[in-house]
Design a protein around this ligand. Structure first.
Ligand SMILES: NC(=O)c1ccc[n+]([C@@H]2O[C@H](COP(=O)([O-])OP(=O)(O)OC[C@H]3O[C@@H](n4cnc5c(N)ncnc54)[C@H](O)[C@@H]3O)[C@@H](O)[C@H]2O)c1
Length: 161
């Protein structure tokens, strides 16, 4: 019998996809991998993925040793298909606020369009970007449209900031 999400979470079998491997996403992905979670990291910047595959860090706070130590549990990729059917997706892409006071949602919307089709029943999406409530609601609707699943029923969107 297939284990449920809560069973997998309890037994540390839950799989995680981190979308955006920058200052927030890469250390998070490595700490998850260090804790024994199978973690797949996606970034649209091919130079970052190439560096990580070579075991080279582009962040001052992340050492080569940390990459080597987590290599068995962390897969960096630029191919969204490698993140299909995971338990948890953490979105760590920028949502900068412009001079007009409005958040630029292009990266977040792009990430949602990537993650939506990957969701399955029971998936959890965690949003690390600080967004207004209406933007979070729009993102939830975007994930629902991309997945064909019902937010709050079939998949769950949480915020962490
Ligand atoms: N919750 C927290 O504790 C916390 C703390 C700091 C920052 N943040 C938030 O985290 C987010 C990321 O911040 P950061 O400093 O890591 O940014 P960053 O610019 O350092 O990294 C963002 C990464 O996302 C990648 N990216 C952009 N669009 C993408 C997409 N569609 N798919 C995959 N990858 C994509 C970029 O190539 C880049 O590597 C921001 O929204 C920030 O506000 C949260």
């Amino acid at each position: 019998m297939t284990a449920t999400f809560s069973e997998r979470a309890r037994t540390e079998m839950a799989t995680v996809g981190v979308v955006g491997l920058g200052d927030t996403g890469l250390p998070l992905a490595l700490s998850l991998a260090d804790a024994g979670r199978l973690t797949t990291g996606l970034d649209t910047d091919p130079a970052k993925i190439a560096a990580l595959r070579l075991g080279e860090s582009y962040l001052p706070g992340v050492s080569t040793d940390a990459l080597v130590a987590t290599a068995e549990w962390f897969e960096p990729t630029s191919d969204p298909r490698r993140l299909a059917g995971l338990d948890v997706y953490v979105i760590c892409v920028p949502a900068p606020v412009g001079d007009d006071g409005l958040a630029d949602l292009r990266h977040v919307e792009s990430a949602a369009d990537t993650v939506g089709p990957l969701l399955r029943h029971g998936s959890v999406v965690e949003l690390r970007c600080a967004l207004a409530a209406d933007a979070v609601a729009a993102l939830s609707a975007r994930l629902a449209a991309g997945s064909g699943l019902r937010p709050g029923v079939d998949f769950h969107l949480t915020t962490a900031w």
